[in-house]
Design a protein around this ligand. Structure first.
Ligand code: SF4
Length: 217
């Protein structure tokens, strides 16, 4: 690692640690890892104690290869993101994922004040984050941290997450063409639900794993 990379890594580490302290003040459990391999060692330990696992739509979770890891451990997994599923199969999996031992998902933005912000089209992911699974584990890269308030975080999602997500999912929205949000009224609009989690949901064990790498968008 050259000096520039070293200093950038240090700066992001400070940002992650500051966010972790804020998340803890908001009653979440929160852990920092330098890279995805270290995070996966920890996640593997968590997986051992779970029987059923739900997975939310998340590029971060996909990049970590979590689905295959869960399968290799012989666990019951509910992941509607797998290819080849019909719409009704996906819906059934989304419903079952809500009542699992652990629900893994990414986050669209996490503020340095310790708030978690997500924008969903269907709402299955945010529903599971609010109530249902015994435990929720949010995994996020350093690129998801926002220095600012909830409105800055929402802007980050609409600038950086929703357009590539709309494009990835092949939705016919203006942002999928231009890369910019125009607060559309498209039938395919993916920004339908904004969920702000200010403090840990009262009856859910809730962990946030922050990794000093760019993951997802
Ligand atoms: S509101 Fe519409 S244009 Fe803006 S990010 Fe969402 S889907 Fe794209």
């Amino acid at each position: 690692m050259g000096l520039t990379e070293e200093l950038n890594f240090w700066k992001y580490e400070q940002k992650c640690l500051k966010t972790i302290e804020a998340l803890k003040k908001n009653a979440f459990s929160a852990y920092y890892f330098s890279n995805r391999n270290e995070a996966l060692l920890y996640i593997n330990e968590q997986l051992k104690i779970a029987k059923s696992i739900g997975v939310g739509g998340s590029m971060t979770i996909a990049q970590l290869g979590l689905h295959d890891i869960i399968i290799s451990l012989g666990k019951e997994v509910y992941n509607h993101n797998q290819p080849g599923l019909t719409q009704s199969e996906k819906l059934e999996i989304m419903r079952k994922a809500i009542f699992t031992d652990i629900y893994f998902t990414g986050a669209n933005a996490i503020t340095t004040n310790g708030e978690i912000i997500n924008i969903d089209a269907t709402g299955n992911r945010v529903a599971a984050m609010l109530f249902g699974p015994k435990k929720v584990i949010v995994v996020a890269g350093k690129n998801k941290i926002v220095e600012g308030d909830i409105f800055t975080a929402i802007k980050r999602v609409k600038d950086w997450a929703s357009p590539p997500n709309a494009k990835r999912l092949n939705f016919k929205t203006p942002c999928a063409d231009t890369g910019f949000c125009s607060n559309c009224n498209s039938p395919d609009r993916i920004c339908r639900i904004i969920a702000v989690i200010e403090k840990k949901p009262r009856l859910t064990d809730f962990e946030v794993i922050l990794i000093n790498e760019d993951l997802g968008f």
